[in-house]
Design a protein around this ligand. Structure first.
Ligand code: ADP
Ligand code: MG
Length: 207
């Protein structure tokens, strides 16, 4: 059953050996040369699976992967029953606590030099059991640069501002509180300066 359609992949909710699973299938793009298109989809499939596993290894919850079907550019993973943080945010009574936890997880990723690459509230799922899952690592990578980490945080700040403007500031502060717990006060200070720099650059480009 088609569950969600995305810009480069379709998500199918299927049953696999009696379990509910999600198959993320990167589909053909007609405008690309066929051979190149397949290479691209195959490498992104691999890449995303690798990052999902690396994140899980360091204690950031991601869906468990059952199978990677390279030929069919598909990842078979656990179906996380819950809601995108984007959808839940307005109803959460413990927003700050959740945001702090989100910040801790981002801190874990960054202190292990994992960049998410598309850190929005659509790519964070709050499971029914309360566990916070990170998904959609297709644009991610490994990097130790302050710039790349700053861009990750800048992106979630922007996402909060665009969909939850009423408590965006409060939530982002809570995210940084959790983040600091993992990365320490000195790194937090450096990344804050970086985020301000990224923001001022953005304003410059908008003119
Ligand atoms: N393992 C999963 N369990 C539950 N929902 C998922 C899972 N993977 C993806 N989704 C849902 O599908 C949406 C799109 O998946 P995502 O991996 O983010 O692809 P895209 O690159 O198209 O954004 C997510 O925002 C989420 O709502
Ligand atoms: Mg997504």
């Amino acid at each position: 059953m088609l569950f969600k359609k995305g810009a480069e992949a379709n998500l199918y909710l299927e049953t696999w050996y009696g379990k509910k699973i999600i198959r993320k299938y990167r589909y053909k793009k007609a405008y690309r040369i066929e051979e190149l298109d397949f290479q691209l989809r195959r490498s992104r499939t691999f890449h995303e699976a690798k990052l999902l596993l690396e994140a899980r290894k360091i204690g950031v919850p991601t869906p468990f992967i059952y199978m990677i079907d390279v030929k069919n550019t598909s990842i078979y993973m656990d179906y996380i029953e819950g809601n995108q943080l984007k959808k839940d945010m307005n109803h959460l009574i413990n927003k700050n606590l959740i945001c702090e936890k989100v910040g801790e997880k981002i801190g874990l990723l960054h202190s292990n030099d994992i960049i998410h690459g598309d850190l929005t509230t659509s790519n964070i799922i709050i499971a029914k059991n309360g566990i916070i899952y990170f998904i959609d690592f297709g644009l991610g990578g490994f990097s130790s640069s302050l710039e790349d980490k700053g861009v990750d945080l800048h992106l979630i700040k922007k996402a909060l501002e665009s969909t939850h403007y009423k408590f965006a500031d409060e939530c982002f502060d809570a995210i940084l509180t959790g983040y600091k717990r993992i990365v320490g006060a000195e790194f937090l200070q450096n990344i804050k300066v970086k985020i301000t720099e990224i923001e001022s650059r953005g304003r410059y480009f908008q003119r």
